[in-house]
Design a protein around this ligand. Structure first.
Ligand SMILES: [Zn+2]
Length: 492
């Protein structure tokens, strides 16, 4: 028999724990046992017939005060660990900080920032418990060299719990059959979602990244899943294929919920996916280095696991903290990990904290999923533009199925922007007016907008890159070359 409990009053020093039932709120003496890993969380899941303990995959039911106390306790422990690492001890020393100078989270502001470059330079330097490592993962490599993150067993538990909580926040539940399409391998996301789903009793179909979208649509038809985890753009693509391959309206499929990750999703795109599949689509956001959050029913920001990871927002120019609700660079500090630590880690993600409390009743604060990474901005015709702004502009058009924007340099050295659209319903005059729409949202007019054959747009990169900058170094593969030979400027 499994029973959900909230465990209180345990400390790292005393592995004996006691808990009370979350339903009755009463102390339950039966629920006393050994905590296998006291650093994990103060929320545990107990198997009453054995001593097995698992982390409770629920939104913790602590009060704000309890959360703050927990943060202080975990922060203190993390700083002790950080002093043992090569990277952070060096940073502390350079800043003239001793352990006595960092007493509580208010002292966080004294600590120097860390960055992806620090970890890239020497990934071992940021690891606290090197002897306890369990697995290495890399970040998705959204920009440049992948960052190696070492997880101890504790960290794997923490992140799996974190993800299980996010998925449940997003409405996934026991009994759901879920097609998990985040890739398995060097990235943690696939494995983590896989384990997180199992954690609360959902059934996983570990599709991972399939070679073709047709295979993915096939899997959706065959297993009759109730949920899907994956990249939003691909969910759209599968819907078109589903209809084409099986002659069935995707709305009639078994799917009723989705969880989108890995890239920003505009509201227009969310609505499109929700309508085409008739599902409830929630968004998840996270970093391998620092943690992750998921959207609740408000669909306005992800609840950040503040008991596992602290969050700050700074002005990327002045490095000063900004007011709640103001946009800036997201900075994270892990307070539950023992492998790779992130201490005031600059994510390069541009976003803000959603002010006020959430109507869902959760007390954790919300981070708006970032619209862009500070490194992903592309200068087009002299103005910095984000791929997200282009995506929003294009998807505000009802009939768009897929698209690709290619930025290049023309013979006279000026920026050239070619937009390729896959649509079954846009008329040539609407395509024409898309140029104007662009002008309103992203401050440049494309050099050309062309309709292309259905499904002809190549999938570039793991996440299906939509903005290709040919002016920058990079190999985008033969598929793009063939595509541009057919539709590009020189084909005219
Ligand atoms: Zn909420």
């Amino acid at each position: 028999m499994w029973k959900r409990t909230i465990i209180k009053n345990y400390t790292a020093e005393s592995p004996k724990i006691s808990g009370f039932s979350s339903r009755s709120g009463r102390l339950n003496k039966e629920l006393t046992g050994n905590c296998l890993n006291p650093q994990v969380s103060n929320n545990l899941f107990i198997h009453l017939n054995s001593t097995t303990l698992m982390v409770l995959p629920m939104e913790p039911e602590f009060t704000k005060e309890e959360l703050l106390n927990l943060q202080e306790k975990k922060f203190k422990h993390t700083i002790e660990l950080a002093f043992k690492t090569k990277l952070y001890s060096k940073k502390f020393k350079e800043a003239g900080l001793t352990q006595a100078d960092i007493k509580n989270t208010e002292d966080l502001i004294k600590i120097p920032f860390s960055s992806k470059q620090d970890i890239v330079k020497d990934y071992k330097a940021a690891i606290a418990d090197y002897d306890d490592l369990s697995v290495f993962h890399t970040t998705s490599g959204t920009s440049g060299t992948p960052t190696v993150v070492g997880y101890t067993n504790n960290d794997v538990e923490v992140q799996t719990t974190n993800e299980a909580r996010n998925l449940q926040t997003a409405g996934f539940k026991k009994g759901d059959i879920v097609i998990q399409t985040a890739s398995y391998g060097m990235f943690f996301a696939g494995l983590c979602f896989h384990e997180a789903l199992r954690r609360f009793g959902a059934v996983v179909v570990p599709a991972g990244k399939q070679a073709t979208s047709r295979q993915q649509a096939d899997i959706i038809r065959f297993y009759r899943p109730t949920g899907v985890i994956g990249i939003a753009q691909f969910m759209l693509k599968w819907a078109t294929l589903y209809e084409e391959m099986f002659g069935e309206d995707p709305r009639e499929s078994s799917l009723n919920r989705g969880y989108a990750l890995g890239e920003p999703v505009s509201e227009d795109k969310r609505k499109r996916i929700e309508k085409i599949w008739d599902i409830d689509l929630r968004i998840g956001y996270g970093l391998t280095e620092a943690g992750s959050g998921g959207e609740c029913e408000e669909k306005h920001g992800v609840h950040w696991p503040e008991d596992l990871s602290l969050v700050e927002v700074i002005d990327p120019e002045t490095d000063e903290r900004v007011a709640e609700g103001e946009r800036g660079e997201m900075v994270y500090t892990t307070i539950s990990r023992t492998g790779t630590l992130a201490i005031r880690y600059r994510s390069r993600d541009s976003s803000y904290m959603v002010p006020g409390s959430c109507s869902c009743g959760r007390i954790t604060r919300k981070v708006m999923p970032p619209e862009f990474r500070l490194d992903s901005l592309v200068k087009i015709k002299g103005t910095l533009t984000s791929p997200f702004a282009i995506d929003s502009a294009i998807f505000s058009y009802e009939g768009v199925r897929d698209y690709l924007v290619v930025v290049s340099e023309d013979a006279s050295g000026l920026d050239r922007i070619d937009v390729f659209i896959d649509s079954n319903s846009l008329t040539p005059s609407q395509i024409e007016s898309l140029s104007d729409r662009f002008g309103g949202k992203v401050w440049f007019n494309p050099s050309s907008v062309k309709l292309v054959e259905k499904d002809s747009i190549p999938v570039i990169g793991r996440k299906g890159k939509k903005l290709i900058d040919l002016r920058a170094e990079g190999d985008y593969g033969d598929e793009l070359k063939t595509f541009l030979e057919k539709y590009g400027e020189s084909s005219e």
